[in-house]
Each structure stands twice: as structure tokens, then as C-alpha cells.
Design a protein around this ligand. Sequence first.
Ligand code: SF4
Length: 710
Amino acid sequence: RSMAAEATTTATCGYCSTGCGLRLHLREGAAVGLTPETKYPVNLGMACPKGWESLRVLDSPERATMPLLRDADGNMRPVEWDEALRTFVTEIRGVQERHGDESVAFLSTGQIPSEEMAFLGALTRFGMGIRHGDGNTRQCMATAVTAYKESFGFDAPPYTYDDFEQSDCLVFIGSNPCIAHPIMWERVLRNPNDPAIIVIDPRRTETATAATQHLQIRPKNDLALLYAITNVLIQRDYVDHDFVAALTEGFDELREHVAAYDVESVARQAGISPESIIRTAESIGTGRAVSLWWTMGVNQSYEGTRTAQAIINIALLTGNVGRPGTGANSITGQCNAMGSRLWSNTSNLIGHHRFEDENDRRKVAHTLGMDEASIPSEGSWKYDRIIEGIRRDEIKGLWVIATNPAHSWIHQSDVRELFDKLDFLVVQDMYHTTETAQHANLVLPSAGWGEKEGTFINSERRYGLLKKVRRAPGQALADFHIFRAIAHYWGVGDQFAKWTDPEAVFRILQELSRDQPCDITGIDGYRHLDACGGIQWPWTAADAAKSLGDPEATCGGKPEQERRLFADGHFYRPNGRARFVVDQVREMPERPDPVYPILLLTGRGTVSQWHTQTRTRQSPVLKTLYPTEAYIEINPVDADELGVVHGEKVDVLSRRDEITVTANVTATVQRGQAFMPMHYEITNRLTLPHFDPHSGQPSYKDCAVRIVAR
Ligand code: SF4
């Protein structure tokens, strides 16, 4: 296909937070093929199967090509945009008039560009009087956000991908980059330091198999284990006393707290040897440059925030922040989870400001040229409270954009019933076939990756460009243009008169970022991002002025170390210090018992599928790389006792539902545990709806089940 191309251009991949650069091969202005970009600083010429298949999924017959409206008989019929938008306004306004502004909410995504997120957040909360909205980033990153804010003073993953190559000790906690972030894992494999690679995970994952040490703990013992490691580090004086004294607070409280977590009892509880805990502490304590990485095994937990902070504590304690190869590093999930964190205008006022702060509200109103009275003084309900609001008849209208909660939300059967209680459900998506769209009153067809413009922010805080290299099918429109049309039909078009196109909005976002830790006022628009292969935040106007006349520095500074946060020893809390945060370890809410004796873990199962498979199942290539039918991993000893045979069907029952899946008998899971990939539509029928109390993130990885051979 590339042989037929007449020209090429580059764009950032639209799946995971790695943010790989892809080179698009164009014919008559449209992409006809792609290859990984060799010069992009992120992926260095590599891409995973999802990236390679990015164009194929656009051609699916399941694409929504016309607005669809449910008629009185319950059938979906195609309508023109004018009727769709009039209906949207009539129905959503009708709900607000009958039940109040609080009765309408939106659920958005980390999959759309920052400019679209910002438009949606500003339109709903400043223009339409919609009080509540949240994103599916609540399911992946909310815990890291909360942990960083409390510990560092701002949601600030401190690292750059070079750190994978510069550490001499890497610790992965609840993280399987071989599968979840394969290009990041490739960067680990390029590390020339022969590093210690320590994996803390209940499963023998692909990453654990490649590690130099695997602490295969019993699930939900990670917080106690991290406290025990911290205790050893302090007892053996692997403390960077200068760093702790100058740049942190709360050390005495930390030392007293972790003293209760002795190695012997924690090891017994976690099902590992005391020596393995001591060896881990020794590796961290003696490491020259230690980096600690976490993903959903930590974030998706009922005590995820405190676990993430226990990781941050270790990095601070040992002075492993702000130097090459170090950091307490949350790896983001979606391609623009960071964009959602900064720009969605839900929990935080747009640009990571505070709704409660009068000065912040004034700054935002002034920058946007809006009346200060239009800026609310409170953040939104979190996702779980919005779902609960539907149950309590407080939420009666819902607008779902580019996400699929009827598949992905915890205890989904309940969610599906709740969606049918709504007065009006709007689903805005590339595909009209998602599980959530099945419940919609109105489907708005949207353009996908490659069919629109904007910016994504990856895990290392790099703004990368999304480009339009295809025409969206039928009448599908970029979400940006749908929001613009809704603003017009709602009667608030004048309020958003300057929001003409994505780059104009990017300029607005730059102004909103001014003087924030995420300041990007030094970026000279999309042209600059394109020329540089993306730019990491912060890149301020002052940084840009300093780089004048130095072509090497205009892309955000070289060497790469300069793009790491906290190298200057200043954290974002008011006193400039990072904070140690500790808490009591809590009991697992639903422990296995004689009736439901197996603990079910869920997570990513493959490199070839993305989340709910909405897009990736549209690619025949990706489908062949992964079993179409749902399966469950069962330990061989458990399988033997249960009479389960590999490859045969089993029933899996929880207190919420029961499903039938194929047994995959494997020693990757421990006795008494089982694992199911989240990609299958039925997995979340079983999961237990419980949440981290600080972040509101669902705890997907611990529910009790019974497995019965058929
Ligand atoms: Fe895209 Fe992530 Fe794969 Fe890179 S690793 S090609 S960003 S899905």
C-alpha cells in the first residue's frame, strides 16, 4: 500500500497513552497505509498491532453514518442532523425543565483530543447549565491524579520515557507493560545498565516472566508490602536524608507508621518469603537510579490512592525523583487520559484550576471572555455518583461521548437496567453497535482517529498531534463540530464564537495554562508540535524565549533530562515540599468464602485488543490475534479439584450474575484465584461495585466467584 502513496505525514496513535508517532501514507490527500514513524522521540520506529491497524477499523460496516432516533415503536430510524440536533435540545432542555439542571449529566472519555474535551466541558458546564459530568478516565487514572495532587501538589507524572533506559533498578507494581504498553517495554529492553527489574503482581504476567525478581503476592497485599519495604529502607538507613530534609514533609509520621509493618508478618500475609521483601528493599536502597512504575493493578483498587502514595513515599524517601532514571511514575492508560485530567472541566476547573477558588474562576472567565457568573463554584459528581444518581431518579438525562459504560462499568448488568430508566439517553460514537448505543434514544455519528484534528497528551506529558487524513463516512462529524452545532442550536453559539476550529481552541488552552504547572504558552501552535514530534508540558513562554537561537532547544529542551519534573527540587505544594502520605491498610470487601471460594482478577489480556473492543474488533487482523470467545484463567490444581478441563466450558458465578466461558488452565494465576480479560462483554457482569474512597475509581480486581464445570 505504501508503494502507491504520493506523500506522507505523521500523526500520534489514538489508542494507548504511549503516544507513538505513525507515518501516514497519502494518496490524493487520503491515508492509504501507515508505518511507525522512525524519527518520533517516543516509539523510535516501533508500533504495536493496534497502531498498525489504525486505519482498518475506520472502514467498518458498523460505523454510524447518520444520526439515529428511536421512534415510538422502539426502532432506530435515520434522521437528518437538523432533526437530531433539534431533538437533542428539546429533550435535554425538557429534562432540565422537569427535573432541574442537576438532572442531566454527561460521561466522556480519554479518547478524544484535548480541544474536544475542553469544548465539551466548557459548553456543558458554562453554556448549557449541565451540572455533572465525568470521564472514563475515572476508570483508569483518577487514583494517580488524586495521589499526585496530595503528594506533589499537582497531578504531575514526573518522568520522561528516557527513564526506562536510564534506571539501574525498575520496579513495576500492578503493571504489565509487555502487554499494556509494549513500546514502553521495548524501551526497558534497550536499557544498557543490565537493570534489576522487580515486578509486584499476583499473576505471573509476561512482564513478571521477564523480570529479575517477581513478588507474586496474594491480591491486595500491595499496600502492606510497600509499607514493609519502606520499613526496611528506613531501618537499614537507605534514606536520602538531605533530600528528605530539604524537599519533603511528614517523614516522622511515615517512619512511625511503617514500623508496624514488619517483614515476617507481611510476608506471611502476602504469601511470599521475608527474604524477597528484604532483597527488594536492598535493590531499591542500593540502586543508583531507581524508577517505580504503576498502572491499573494499583489504580483500580479500593485503596489505590494510598497504594500509589506508598510508591511515591519510597521514591521520595530514597531521593529517586527529579534525576535521570528515577521517579514515582504512573503510566497512563488512554491516548489522552492526561488531556482529560487537564481539560475536561469536571472535577477540576478547566486547566486544572479549582472551582472553589474565586481567583481561578475569575482567571478562567476573563481568559474565555465569559461572564464570571457562568463559572460554577463546585466540581461535578464523580462517575459512580452519577450512576447512583440515575438509580435515585436524580439523573434523568445522559449524554455519553466516545465511551461504552454498558460494557466497561463495574457491575454492568445493573448499569444497563439503569440506562433504561432514563428519560433520554444520547450516545455520540463512531459505531452505532456499542452495548451503550443499544440503549440510546438518539445516536450522533462521530468521526474517529484520522478523521479529525487535535492534540493528545501522552504518559510523559507530551502534546502530540492528531491529523485529518481521511473523510469520515456518511454524515459523521468530528466531535468538535458536533459540540459547535449543539452550542448553536442551544442558543449559546455567541459564547463560543472564538472556538472556531481545534487550533483556535488550542490557543485558548495555552492561555488557560498560563502560570499553571502545565503551562504551554511557549508552544507556537500545531506547526511547532509537528516540527518537534510533540512537546512535553511545561513549555512556557519564558522557556521558549530562552531557547531562541538554539534550534536544538526549541522542541522543549535537550538533553531529555530537562523535560523531567522536579529536577529543580521544587514541588507544587504551597510550601514547595512533597508530602509523605500514609494510611491504615483496609480489609478486602468481598473475600472468598466457602460459597464463592475463588478471587476473580480482571485486566488487560492482550496487546491486540483495546478495552471494550469497540474499535479493535473491527480489524480482521487483530481479531485473529486474540480468542473471540471469553475465557477464564484457572490454576491447574484448582481445575483438577473442580473437574475443569482445559478448553471446555465452565460456569462462573458471583453474587451479582453468572456467565459461561472457556477454561484456560494455566499456572499464571495462583491457587484460589482466576483471571478474566476486561475485553469481553460479559466480564463486568460479575464484578463488585466498590470504589477507592479518595479517587472514586472502581476496584475491578477483587470479587469472589464460584467456578462450576459443566
Ligand atoms: Fe498505539 Fe499504544 Fe500501540 Fe503505540 S503502543 S502503537 S500508542 S496502541
